[in-house]
Ligand binder design. Structure first.
Ligand SMILES: N[C@@H](CCC(=O)N[C@@H](CS)C(=O)NCC(=O)O)C(=O)O
Length: 210
């Protein structure tokens, strides 16, 4: 299988961590994709022109990260997606929230990277930032009140929601700095616990200075 991604992509990181946890990483070749290059085949592989894309052995291209994680989990008969329907719903809702944090973060990054100064919209950036603040507030509350929902509990096994949340927080570190830890200490503790439990998180960290 071939994974089209790029080293800083938080969605690509989800796939890499899942593949490592499932013991499938050795079966995957990672090929960098340039979403801005019209000549890059990724626009044929995914008409949306987004990464990650997983190209299967029969040439089939699958996306997005949620579909890829679902496929890899099925391939390995893994437990990244809980079998119990309530647990599965919670894990997938956490994944949707974390993916949304990454979407909002990426839109803020693109606003500054892709638009000239005079075309930027502070109110659009605020609109996206508010989504991130509401999401992190909600997750901090969940961490501080574990009885309000078990989905952050790592003791019972790592699932897709945990992987996505770790990648969302890792992307925050990469693009917006580490200050969020002061405002969200319980979430910071949660991320440290995830990192200790899942070596693949450190192994897939993008170092912009390397
Ligand atoms: N929902 C998608 C989001 C993927 C995504 O936004 N990827 C970014 C890179 S991290 C991208 O390809 N951006 C290029 C674009 O939006 O055109 C997923 O879960 O895979």
């Amino acid at each position: 299988m071939k994974l089209r991604s790029s080293p800083p992509s938080p969605f690509g990181r989800k796939v890499k961590i899942a593949a490592k946890l499932l013991g499938l990483y050795d079966q995957i070749t990672v090929e960098n994709g340039d979403t801005k290059d019209p000549q890059d085949a990724l626009r044929q592989q995914n008409p949306l022109g987004k990464i990650p894309i997983l190209i299967l052995q029969d040439g089939d291209c699958i996306y997005d990260s949620r579909v890829i994680l679902d496929h890899l989990n099925e391939l390995a008969q893994g437990s990244l997606i809980p079998k119990d329907s309530t647990e599965r719903r919670k894990a997938q809702t956490l994944q949707a929230l974390a993916d949304g944090l990454m979407d909002a973060s990426i839109l803020i990054v693109y606003e500054t990277r892709m638009r000239p100064d005079n075309e930027r919209s502070p109110s659009w950036i605020d609109y996206q930032s508010e989504k991130i603040t509401r999401g992190l507030d909600h997750l901090e509350h969940q961490c501080a009140n574990p009885q309000s929902g078990p989905e952050l509990n790592l003791e019972t096994g790592v699932h897709v929601g945990h992987i996505a949340l770790a990648c969302a927080l890792g992307y925050r570190d990469l693009r917006f700095g580490t200050d969020w830890r002061t405002t969200y200490p319980n979430l910071a503790t949660w991320l440290a616990a995830f990192e200790a439990k899942v070596p693949a998180f450190a192994q897939t960290k993008f170092d912009p200075d390397a």
